[in-house]
Design a protein around this ligand. Structure first.
Ligand code: ACO
Length: 334
């Protein structure tokens, strides 16, 4: 059995910064409320006509990751693309990345696991490399939330949280000690509606939505029971981090850096306290980008690496929880 390692990382965020004050001018919210409840100060939103899309932001992050991995685009054996906001209903965004990168043909898989999407995508890539089937897998997490949010007071509990952006990693067969030690994945569909966007879909076709068009609970905007999500998140984050540590005979003291999915700064702080980690052992950047869902972990990991916070031999823990509900962790030795 082979092992995989992260050989290159990249990120891309749109230039357009949207501050809490900007939002308070278009809906009934405030900088104070948003910072106190979520820790978010600003986020990035695509601007119409700036040439970005979910797949195209993924390509920009991927190009950096490929260059840093010192491989050629044609060495990529598989693309795994995680998102909840794909360019199209179909086809998936992975094939668009393959085309824009100029790879003539290669397999491309889309992963639809929301905030846990990048952990699921890493796990898929890791299995293909472990079996020896592929040597280099491009893993992308990208989100274009901004166009699909309810930017009125009605949607404020959701729309102030989310931001756009992309992160990418090249996973390659490891030739040294650096490797992905394990990944751990879970889902509980019992809560599928608690954080969801249910239409347009095969359950809610467009004519039906237009005909019904209720003023409350509009199915083409995201719905979230924030408090329920928060309660489950803090429990599942802890469980799945412990599951990963136990599987590798590691203790919380062995964690050099924890990168939690950037859902809410309060959730990250709760986990930090629970695992008694000092500030330099947890990486957060939700203050600047909001919740970028499948992109949040690869953006944070790239920034942590760029800032020299990820060092050879370090034990890095990635963990996520989100819509599905789905959750997962990934334990790496850098
Ligand atoms: N600005 C001002 N007031 C607001 C806003 C806003 N943006 N949003 C809601 N409020 C109001 C509510 O209407 C409510 O008012 P009321 O008391 O008069 O009824 C009050 O603020 C409190 O609302 P709550 O929803 O109870 O606020 P809470 O403290 O729970 O914070 C939040 C909301 C930030 C959404 C929190 O519940 C949370 O972060 N939940 C977890 C989110 C998460 O982790 N998501 C998972 C990842 S996302 C994914 O997978 C796609």
């Amino acid at each position: 059995m082979y092992s995989s390692k992260i050989k290159g990382l990249g990120k891309y965020v749109p230039e357009n910064i949207v501050t809490n004050k900007d939002l308070s001018e278009i809906m009934d919210t405030s900088d104070e409320w948003i910072q106190e409840r979520t820790g978010i100060k600003e986020r990035r939103h695509i601007k119409k006509g700036d040439g970005n899309s979910c797949a195209k932001m993924g390509v920009k992050a991927a190009k950096i990751a490929i260059e840093r991995a010192e491989i050629d685009k044609d060495d990529i054996d598989l693309i795994v693309f995680a998102t909840l906001s794909p360019d199209y209903y179909f086809p998936g965004s992975g094939v668009i990345v393959q085309d824009v990168l100029g790879i003539e043909t290669c397999p491309a898989i889309d992963v639809r696991n929301q905030c846990s999407g990048f952990i699921y995508a890493i796990s898929v890539a890791d299995q293909f490399i472990k079996t020896g089937m592929y040597k280099n897998v491009l893993v992308i997490g990208s989100e274009n939330h901004s166009g699909g949010l309810d930017m009125t007071t009605r949607g404020r509990n959701v729309s102030v949280i989310f931001g756009d952006g992309a992160g990418a990693a090249v996973l390659s067969r490891s030739e040294d000690d650096s490797k992905i030690l394990s990944t751990h994945l879970h889902s509980q569909g019992q809560y599928s509606k608690e954080l969801s966007l249910i239409g347009p879909s095969t359950q809610h076709w467009v004519p039906e939505i237009i005909a019904e068009n209720p003023q409350e609970n509009i199915p083409y905007y995201p719905y979230m029971d924030g408090q329920l999500v928060f309660k489950h998140a803090v429990v599942r984050f802890s469980e799945v981090i412990n599951e990963g540590l136990d599987a590798n005979d590691l203790k919380k003291e062995d964690i050099n850096l924890l990168i939690p999915h950037q859902a809410n700064l309060r959730i990250s702080q709760f986990i930090q306290k629970k695992f008694q980690l000092s500030d330099d052992r947890v990486y957060n950047n939700i203050q600047r980008y909001g919740n970028t869902t499948a992109a949040s972990i690869p953006i944070a990991l790239t920034e942590a690496w760029e800032e020299g916070k990820v060092k050879k031999g370090d034990v890095i823990v990635l963990a996520a929880f989100g819509s599905g509900f789905t959750w997962g962790s990934c334990i790496l030795k850098w």
